[in-house]
Design a protein around this ligand. Structure first.
Ligand code: FPP
Length: 256
Protein backbone atom coordinates (compact mmCIF):
# COMPACT_ATOMS: atom_id res chain seq x y z
CA UNK A 1 0.00 0.00 0.00
CA UNK A 2 1.33 3.40 -0.86
CA UNK A 3 -0.50 6.55 0.24
CA UNK A 4 -3.87 5.26 1.36
CA UNK A 5 -3.58 7.53 4.43
CA UNK A 6 -2.63 10.60 2.37
CA UNK A 7 -4.24 13.51 4.29
CA UNK A 8 -4.62 15.41 1.03
CA UNK A 9 -7.15 12.82 -0.10
CA UNK A 10 -9.83 12.31 2.55
CA UNK A 11 -11.77 9.92 0.27
CA UNK A 12 -8.70 7.65 0.20
CA UNK A 13 -8.14 8.05 3.93
CA UNK A 14 -11.71 6.90 4.59
CA UNK A 15 -11.05 3.47 3.06
CA UNK A 16 -10.14 0.46 5.16
CA UNK A 17 -6.62 -0.40 3.89
CA UNK A 18 -6.99 -3.98 5.11
CA UNK A 19 -10.04 -4.63 2.93
CA UNK A 20 -9.06 -3.21 -0.42
CA UNK A 21 -10.04 -5.29 -3.46
CA UNK A 22 -7.01 -7.08 -4.87
CA UNK A 23 -8.35 -6.93 -8.42
CA UNK A 24 -10.60 -4.19 -9.80
CA UNK A 25 -12.15 -4.49 -13.27
CA UNK A 26 -13.82 -1.55 -15.00
CA UNK A 27 -16.27 -1.42 -17.91
CA UNK A 28 -15.61 2.15 -19.06
CA UNK A 29 -18.93 3.19 -20.55
CA UNK A 30 -20.45 6.54 -21.47
CA UNK A 31 -17.83 8.32 -23.58
CA UNK A 32 -20.37 8.87 -26.37
CA UNK A 33 -23.05 10.24 -24.03
CA UNK A 34 -20.51 12.51 -22.35
CA UNK A 35 -19.65 14.02 -25.75
CA UNK A 36 -23.29 14.25 -26.87
CA UNK A 37 -24.26 16.15 -23.71
CA UNK A 38 -21.68 18.75 -24.69
CA UNK A 39 -22.55 18.85 -28.39
CA UNK A 40 -19.15 17.35 -29.23
CA UNK A 41 -18.22 14.55 -31.63
CA UNK A 42 -17.93 11.06 -30.09
CA UNK A 43 -14.18 11.19 -30.68
CA UNK A 44 -13.93 13.91 -28.05
CA UNK A 45 -15.68 11.63 -25.57
CA UNK A 46 -13.13 8.91 -26.20
CA UNK A 47 -10.32 11.44 -25.85
CA UNK A 48 -11.73 12.59 -22.50
CA UNK A 49 -12.10 8.92 -21.57
CA UNK A 50 -8.37 8.46 -22.13
CA UNK A 51 -7.66 11.21 -19.58
CA UNK A 52 -9.87 9.37 -17.08
CA UNK A 53 -7.87 6.19 -17.77
CA UNK A 54 -4.64 8.02 -16.86
CA UNK A 55 -6.12 9.36 -13.62
CA UNK A 56 -7.63 6.04 -12.49
CA UNK A 57 -4.38 4.15 -13.12
CA UNK A 58 -2.57 6.69 -10.92
CA UNK A 59 -5.22 6.31 -8.19
CA UNK A 60 -5.03 2.52 -8.21
CA UNK A 61 -1.25 2.71 -8.09
CA UNK A 62 -1.40 5.15 -5.17
CA UNK A 63 -3.86 2.98 -3.28
CA UNK A 64 -1.72 -0.10 -3.73
CA UNK A 65 -4.32 -2.06 -5.69
CA UNK A 66 -2.71 -5.25 -6.98
CA UNK A 67 -4.47 -5.53 -10.35
CA UNK A 68 -6.61 -3.25 -12.51
CA UNK A 69 -8.33 -4.52 -15.67
CA UNK A 70 -9.95 -2.00 -18.01
CA UNK A 71 -12.15 -2.74 -21.01
CA UNK A 72 -10.86 -0.57 -23.84
CA UNK A 73 -12.07 -2.34 -27.00
CA UNK A 74 -14.24 -5.44 -27.26
CA UNK A 75 -14.43 -8.07 -29.98
CA UNK A 76 -17.85 -6.54 -30.74
CA UNK A 77 -16.54 -2.96 -31.03
CA UNK A 78 -15.31 -3.69 -34.58
CA UNK A 79 -19.00 -3.30 -35.57
CA UNK A 80 -18.78 0.46 -34.91
CA UNK A 81 -18.24 2.85 -37.81
CA UNK A 82 -14.86 2.74 -39.53
CA UNK A 83 -14.31 6.28 -38.32
CA UNK A 84 -14.94 5.45 -34.65
CA UNK A 85 -12.82 2.29 -34.79
CA UNK A 86 -10.05 4.42 -36.31
CA UNK A 87 -10.36 6.98 -33.51
CA UNK A 88 -10.18 4.31 -30.81
CA UNK A 89 -7.24 2.54 -32.43
CA UNK A 90 -5.45 5.88 -32.82
CA UNK A 91 -6.02 6.76 -29.17
CA UNK A 92 -4.75 3.38 -28.04
CA UNK A 93 -1.62 3.74 -30.12
CA UNK A 94 -0.86 7.25 -28.87
CA UNK A 95 -1.64 6.15 -25.31
CA UNK A 96 1.01 3.43 -25.42
CA UNK A 97 3.52 5.74 -27.05
CA UNK A 98 2.99 8.63 -24.64
CA UNK A 99 2.47 6.75 -21.36
CA UNK A 100 4.96 3.91 -21.51
CA UNK A 101 7.84 5.85 -19.91
CA UNK A 102 5.76 6.97 -16.92
CA UNK A 103 4.14 3.56 -16.45
CA UNK A 104 7.47 1.82 -16.58
CA UNK A 105 9.04 4.34 -14.20
CA UNK A 106 6.20 3.63 -11.76
CA UNK A 107 6.90 -0.11 -11.93
CA UNK A 108 3.53 -0.83 -13.62
CA UNK A 109 3.37 -4.22 -15.34
CA UNK A 110 1.26 -4.06 -18.51
CA UNK A 111 -0.64 -6.99 -19.93
CA UNK A 112 -3.03 -7.04 -22.84
CA UNK A 113 -6.15 -9.15 -22.51
CA UNK A 114 -7.62 -10.23 -25.83
CA UNK A 115 -6.57 -11.51 -29.20
CA UNK A 116 -3.47 -9.45 -29.99
CA UNK A 117 -3.06 -11.17 -33.39
CA UNK A 118 -6.31 -9.53 -34.53
CA UNK A 119 -4.96 -5.99 -34.03
CA UNK A 120 -3.61 -3.74 -36.78
CA UNK A 121 0.18 -4.01 -37.12
CA UNK A 122 1.10 -0.71 -35.42
CA UNK A 123 -1.11 -1.38 -32.38
CA UNK A 124 0.12 -4.97 -32.15
CA UNK A 125 3.75 -3.86 -32.17
CA UNK A 126 3.09 -1.14 -29.58
CA UNK A 127 1.28 -3.40 -27.11
CA UNK A 128 3.82 -6.22 -27.49
CA UNK A 129 6.65 -3.74 -26.86
CA UNK A 130 4.86 -2.34 -23.78
CA UNK A 131 4.30 -5.82 -22.35
CA UNK A 132 7.87 -6.83 -23.03
CA UNK A 133 9.35 -3.67 -21.51
CA UNK A 134 7.31 -3.88 -18.29
CA UNK A 135 7.13 -7.65 -17.84
CA UNK A 136 9.42 -7.74 -14.79
CA UNK A 137 7.85 -4.72 -13.06
CA UNK A 138 6.49 -5.55 -9.62
CA UNK A 139 3.97 -2.72 -9.12
CA UNK A 140 0.37 -2.37 -10.30
CA UNK A 141 -0.67 -5.11 -12.71
CA UNK A 142 -2.41 -3.12 -15.41
CA UNK A 143 -4.47 -5.25 -17.79
CA UNK A 144 -5.87 -3.50 -20.84
CA UNK A 145 -8.53 -5.44 -22.72
CA UNK A 146 -8.23 -4.79 -26.45
CA UNK A 147 -9.97 -6.93 -29.06
CA UNK A 148 -11.23 -8.79 -26.00
CA UNK A 149 -14.36 -10.86 -25.46
CA UNK A 150 -14.95 -13.16 -22.52
CA UNK A 151 -16.40 -15.85 -24.76
CA UNK A 152 -13.51 -15.50 -27.19
CA UNK A 153 -11.03 -15.84 -24.32
CA UNK A 154 -12.78 -19.04 -23.18
CA UNK A 155 -12.83 -20.34 -26.76
CA UNK A 156 -9.08 -19.78 -27.05
CA UNK A 157 -8.49 -21.47 -23.68
CA UNK A 158 -10.61 -24.48 -24.67
CA UNK A 159 -8.75 -24.78 -27.95
CA UNK A 160 -5.42 -24.73 -26.09
CA UNK A 161 -6.59 -27.50 -23.76
CA UNK A 162 -7.88 -29.53 -26.71
CA UNK A 163 -4.48 -29.17 -28.38
CA UNK A 164 -2.80 -30.58 -25.25
CA UNK A 165 -5.22 -33.52 -25.30
CA UNK A 166 -4.54 -34.12 -29.00
CA UNK A 167 -0.77 -34.08 -28.39
CA UNK A 168 -1.30 -36.67 -25.67
CA UNK A 169 0.07 -34.43 -22.90
CA UNK A 170 -3.27 -33.94 -21.14
CA UNK A 171 -5.89 -36.39 -19.89
CA UNK A 172 -9.35 -34.76 -20.31
CA UNK A 173 -10.33 -36.17 -16.90
CA UNK A 174 -7.56 -34.13 -15.30
CA UNK A 175 -8.94 -30.77 -16.46
CA UNK A 176 -9.76 -28.73 -13.37
CA UNK A 177 -10.50 -25.05 -12.74
CA UNK A 178 -6.84 -24.19 -12.09
CA UNK A 179 -5.92 -25.67 -15.47
CA UNK A 180 -8.58 -23.57 -17.22
CA UNK A 181 -7.31 -20.49 -15.33
CA UNK A 182 -3.82 -21.23 -16.61
CA UNK A 183 -4.98 -20.97 -20.24
CA UNK A 184 -6.78 -17.63 -19.82
CA UNK A 185 -5.34 -14.22 -20.67
CA UNK A 186 -5.53 -13.45 -16.93
CA UNK A 187 -3.38 -16.41 -15.88
CA UNK A 188 -1.65 -15.87 -12.52
CA UNK A 189 -3.92 -12.95 -11.60
CA UNK A 190 -6.36 -13.12 -8.69
CA UNK A 191 -10.07 -13.34 -9.56
CA UNK A 192 -11.88 -10.01 -9.92
CA UNK A 193 -13.07 -8.73 -6.53
CA UNK A 194 -14.79 -5.53 -7.67
CA UNK A 195 -16.38 -4.96 -11.08
CA UNK A 196 -17.29 -1.33 -11.75
CA UNK A 197 -19.45 -0.18 -14.66
CA UNK A 198 -19.95 3.49 -15.41
CA UNK A 199 -22.93 5.22 -17.05
CA UNK A 200 -25.67 3.21 -15.41
CA UNK A 201 -26.02 0.14 -17.63
CA UNK A 202 -26.54 -3.13 -15.74
CA UNK A 203 -24.68 -5.43 -18.14
CA UNK A 204 -21.39 -7.32 -18.10
CA UNK A 205 -20.97 -7.02 -21.88
CA UNK A 206 -18.78 -10.11 -22.31
CA UNK A 207 -16.08 -8.85 -19.91
CA UNK A 208 -14.05 -11.39 -17.88
CA UNK A 209 -16.95 -13.86 -17.71
CA UNK A 210 -14.93 -16.56 -15.92
CA UNK A 211 -13.07 -14.22 -13.59
CA UNK A 212 -16.09 -12.31 -12.22
CA UNK A 213 -17.80 -15.41 -10.79
CA UNK A 214 -17.80 -13.95 -7.26
CA UNK A 215 -17.03 -10.29 -8.01
CA UNK A 216 -18.99 -7.55 -6.30
CA UNK A 217 -20.70 -5.36 -8.91
CA UNK A 218 -20.90 -1.57 -8.49
CA UNK A 219 -22.73 0.41 -11.16
CA UNK A 220 -22.50 4.18 -11.14
CA UNK A 221 -24.44 6.70 -13.25
CA UNK A 222 -21.24 8.71 -13.70
CA UNK A 223 -20.13 8.75 -17.34
CA UNK A 224 -16.62 7.36 -17.82
CA UNK A 225 -14.85 10.68 -18.63
CA UNK A 226 -16.20 12.09 -15.32
CA UNK A 227 -15.07 9.07 -13.29
CA UNK A 228 -12.28 10.33 -11.02
CA UNK A 229 -10.42 9.23 -7.89
CA UNK A 230 -13.33 10.33 -5.68
CA UNK A 231 -15.74 8.14 -7.70
CA UNK A 232 -13.27 5.25 -7.55
CA UNK A 233 -12.98 5.52 -3.77
CA UNK A 234 -16.79 5.68 -3.50
CA UNK A 235 -17.02 2.40 -5.41
CA UNK A 236 -14.34 0.82 -3.21
CA UNK A 237 -16.12 2.08 -0.07
CA UNK A 238 -19.34 0.45 -1.34
CA UNK A 239 -17.39 -2.77 -1.94
CA UNK A 240 -16.13 -2.61 1.64
CA UNK A 241 -19.72 -2.66 2.93
CA UNK A 242 -20.49 -5.92 1.09
CA UNK A 243 -20.70 -9.24 2.88
CA UNK A 244 -18.78 -11.60 0.60
CA UNK A 245 -19.82 -15.17 1.12
CA UNK A 246 -18.49 -16.91 -2.02
CA UNK A 247 -21.52 -19.16 -1.96
CA UNK A 248 -20.97 -20.15 1.67
CA UNK A 249 -22.97 -19.33 4.78
CA UNK A 250 -22.16 -16.16 6.78
CA UNK A 251 -20.32 -18.01 9.55
CA UNK A 252 -18.11 -19.74 6.99
CA UNK A 253 -17.49 -16.60 4.91
CA UNK A 254 -14.02 -16.13 3.45
CA UNK A 255 -12.41 -12.81 4.23
CA UNK A 256 -9.73 -12.59 1.61
C1 FPP B 1 -17.71 2.89 -24.19
O1 FPP B 1 -18.32 4.14 -24.32
C2 FPP B 1 -16.27 3.06 -24.32
C3 FPP B 1 -15.52 2.43 -25.26
C4 FPP B 1 -16.07 1.50 -26.24
C5 FPP B 1 -14.09 2.70 -25.41
C6 FPP B 1 -13.31 2.89 -24.16
C7 FPP B 1 -12.09 3.62 -24.54
C8 FPP B 1 -11.49 4.58 -23.82
C9 FPP B 1 -11.90 4.95 -22.47
C10 FPP B 1 -10.33 5.35 -24.36
C11 FPP B 1 -9.15 4.58 -24.82
C12 FPP B 1 -8.61 3.63 -23.81
C13 FPP B 1 -7.33 3.56 -23.40
C14 FPP B 1 -6.89 2.45 -22.52
C15 FPP B 1 -6.31 4.54 -23.78
P1 FPP B 1 -19.38 4.36 -25.49
O2 FPP B 1 -18.66 4.97 -26.63
O3 FPP B 1 -20.08 3.08 -25.81
O4 FPP B 1 -20.34 5.39 -24.82
P2 FPP B 1 -21.91 5.52 -25.06
O5 FPP B 1 -22.55 4.25 -24.59
O6 FPP B 1 -22.27 6.70 -24.19
O7 FPP B 1 -22.11 5.79 -26.52
Amino acid sequence: MKHVRDPQRPHERALDPARLPRHIAIIMDGNGRWAKKRGLPRAMGHRAGTEAVRAIIRSCDRLGIEALSIYAFSTENWKRSTEEVGVLMGLLLSYFRSEIDELDANDVCIRILGDIDGLPRAQRDAVLAAMDRTRHNAGLKLNIAINYGGRDELRRAMRALAEDVRRGTLDPGAIDEAMIDSKLDTRDLPDVDLLIRTSGEMRVSNFLLWQIAYAEFVVTDTLWPDFDDVALCKAIAEYQTRDRRFGGRPETALTR
